[in-house]
Design a protein around this ligand. Structure first.
Ligand SMILES: [Zn+2]
Length: 358
């Protein structure tokens, strides 16, 4: 568990003195370890030894670590079940969640969930069923609902959220519910009002650095490490997503922008000299990095702090409207990149267009 020392201390103290609330909403930016903190708390609740941290060595700690403790129920968004029959849909959701848990057992550093995954009515029914059972170990039970804002955004009724609400209004004794979300305002106010908020902030650069140094093999070079820490902006999720590939994409995007901003003639020439991309994925990654860089510059022009060092010439472009127009051009190129267009030609045209706009 990296960071959030103060919050962990507070939670451990509440648990020790019997004041831990039964429903918590853990919120904070993506990738900072909200569900990790929920798991840490579950481990602390279940640990056979008393202390401010789970011992990590007892039978229960090891089972929680392996996501195999019978009284820990971790619900993550999954693709919406296809079955029309409610019971079959619940089985389908249970299966999908179990599959995801299996995945996380083998690869603990998981990424963000697919955008279409959600907590469907079937998942909430499954949660109800599990909450109605008694504890396997004869003690507490912990239910984690990750990405809780994904409670059936596609379903027109608020059925799932309301069903969850009923459970949170009267949680079974000995149960602890931990909901995690990037934004508590995206939860129903009635759900929020049942829960005690736990807000997590971004991690410090030192914490991100420490995590990457401990987790990544082979180790990053000093330069790559600093680049990654800057891209992460206090989020381990971002740090993991911003792999070497993405760093390369941002470097290529910066080079293109620098050429474009050096003047139309230089832009055209440099764009044509752009080293060929070895794969189409690399090319589209560069276009995504380009759009993100322009977006950061636009937000920077509006006074927001940027997540990484932007090309110096770009920082002199202070008109957000022009930067947004440049982003539009990149979006069009991104569309075209799906087709069978030669990346070099596409880039030459895009370079010209960007030079015109910027
Ligand atoms: Zn333990």
């Amino acid at each position: 568990m990296t960071g959030h020392a103060e919050v962990r201390q507070r939670l451990a103290e509440a648990l020790r003195t019997g004041r831990l609330p039964q429903v918590l909403v853990v919120s904070g930016p993506p990738g900072i370890g909200k569900q990790r903190l929920a798991l840490w708390l579950a481990q602390l609740v279940f640990c056979e030894r008393e202390g401010p941290e789970p011992c990590g060595a007892c039978r229960r700690c090891r089972l929680v670590d392996g996501l195999a403790f019978a009284d820990l129920h971790w619900f993550v968004p999954v693709p919406r079940p296809k079955a029309a029959d409610p019971d079959k849909a619940v089985d389908e959701a249970a299966h999908a969640i179990a599959e995801e848990m299996e995945e996380r057992r083998s690869k603990p550093l998981y990424g963000a969930r697919d955008g279409m995954a959600s907590h469907s009515m079937a998942s909430v029914r499954l949660l109800h069923r599990r909450a109605a059972l008694t504890s396997v170990e004869g003690g507490r039970r912990v239910f984690i609902l990750g990405d809780a804002e994904r409670l059936v955004p596609q379903e027109s009724s608020q059925e799932a959220a309301n069903a969850l609400l009923k459970l949170l209004e009267e949680p079974p004794s000995g149960s602890l519910f931990i909901l995690t979300t990037v934004d508590p305002r995206r939860l129903l106010p009635t759900i929020r009002s049942r829960a005690v908020p736990v807000r997590l902030g971004r991690l410090s650069d030192d914490e991100v650095r420490e995590f990457l140094a401990a987790q990544l093999t082979p180790a990053l070079s000093r330069e790559a490490m600093e680049e990654r820490v800057a891209l992460a902006a206090g989020s381990i999720g971002e740090a993991l997503a911003a792999g070497e590939e993405s760093a390369t994409a941002y470097r290529a995007a910066d080079q293109l922008l620098e050429a474009v901003l050096a003047g139309p003639a230089a832009s055209y020439e440099r764009a044509l000299k752009q080293p060929p991309f070895s794969a189409r994925g690399e090319f589209t990654a560069m276009l995504d990095a380009l759009a993100d860089t322009l977006g950061q510059a636009a937000r920077g022009a509006l006074g927001e702090e940027s997540r990484r060092a932007l090309p110096a010439a770009l920082l002199q472009r202070r008109d957000p409207a022009l930067l947004l127009r440049a982003m539009e051009r990149v979006a069009v190129a991104r569309e075209a990149a799906y087709g069978n267009v030669n990346p070099q030609i596409l880039l030459a045209v895009l370079g010209e267009e960007l030079a015109e706009v910027l």
